[in-house]
Design a protein around this ligand. Structure first.
Ligand SMILES: [Mn+2]
Length: 323
């Protein structure tokens, strides 16, 4: 399958972008800051050329990423596209519900994942920290050719958000010297990186904060702090929607010295959903023994128990043995 679609040259990618009359940009499902920032930057590029792009994503753009698309002129998604470009989408399944409509019609994949399944002619740079960095390289070539202006702060802001998002605000190992040099060039256009990083990493809705306070209240430590567990009954969650507790496990993970982090949530009467994360321990085996599954360091399972305390008693001895 992989060889059916060609790796394009950088100039072929530039030519393809310049020839597009009615482009459509696709982001991956459950979108993150890289796919939305990259899509917004590309949409702005097309708008500046007088050929505004349409944008589509299988899932709604999360509220905290909405600012990236603000003020970006877009065409109606329904209008017939002549060039479809997928950004940060490694495999057709990542298009989500859009896969059935578009997966076979994509003209170009721009991505940085080295392990996906190409489903269109592609420009993939696995040494880049983010698709935003890959796109920056394309824009640099376009301006070197005289086909695009050198610096555009509105585009730079979206590319910066994309890279900052995928590097965890430049904290992860994928933020290389090259990534920092790219970010420096974006900063030189005068963008407000402080505001972008606040929106991406600090700002939380009052509901999110309330959920985190509840999760902190329900944090328990075992084995001298090597196991951290957040237990949440339906009563604990009160009127707050489930979605606000998706990050409860991060509260457990944030404990210094923790080796296994757990969020245990009552999802129905007598039903408890456990999410497990570890630094070294094999939590996949723990989850599998309880009817669940997952990866070595990130797994989950569903327990049946008559109370939260019996659910904890079911899980804890296995976690202790896994340490
Ligand atoms: Mn990415």
């Amino acid at each position: 399958m992989t060889d059916v679609f060609p790796a394009l040259t950088l100039d072929a990618v530039c030519d393809l972008l310049l020839a597009a009359q009615r482009p459509l940009i696709l982001s991956h499902a459950r979108p993150d800051g890289d796919t939305i920032g990259s899509a917004a930057a590309l949409c702005l590029f097309f708008a500046r050329r007088g050929t505004p792009a349409a944008f589509a994503c299988a899932d709604p753009v999360p509220k905290r990423l909405g600012f990236l698309l603000e003020g970006v002129p877009l065409r109606e998604p329904s209008s017939d596209p002549d060039t479809i470009i997928a950004v940060d989408v490694a495999s057709p399944s990542q298009l989500g519900s859009l896969a059935t409509v578009y997966a076979g019609r994509v003209s170009l994949m721009i991505d940085h994942h080295g392990t996906g399944t190409p489903f269109a002619p592609y420009w993939i740079r696995p040494d880049a920290a983010a698709t935003g960095e890959v796109l920056g390289g394309i824009f640099r070539r376009l301006s070197a050719r005289g086909d695009a202006p050198a610096a555009d702060p509105d585009i730079a802001a979206r590319l910066y958000a994309a890279v900052s998002s995928d590097t965890g605000c430049f904290r992860y190992a994928n933020a290389t010297p090259k990534t920092h040099r790219f970010a420096a060039a974006l900063l030189a256009t005068g963008i407000r990186a402080d505001r972008i990083n606040h929106a991406l990493f600090e700002a939380r809705s009052p509901e999110q904060l309330a959920a985190e306070r509840i999760a902190l209240d329900r944090l328990r430590l075992f084995e001298g702090g090597r196991i951290a567990m957040v237990t949440l009954t339906r009563a604990d969650r009160g009127a707050l929607a489930d979605e606000y507790f998706e990050t409860a496990i991060d509260v457990a993970r944030s404990v210094a010295g923790v080796e296994i982090a757990v969020s245990l949530r009552e999802t129905g009467p007598g039903i408890y959903r456990a999410s497990l994360r570890s630094t070294d321990a094999d939590v996949a085996a723990v989850a599998a023994a309880l009817g669940g599954g997952g990866h070595l360091h990130a797994a989950g399972c569903t327990l049946q128990a008559d109370s939260m305390e019996s659910a904890v008693r079911l899980l804890l001895p296995r976690l202790v043995r896994a340490l």
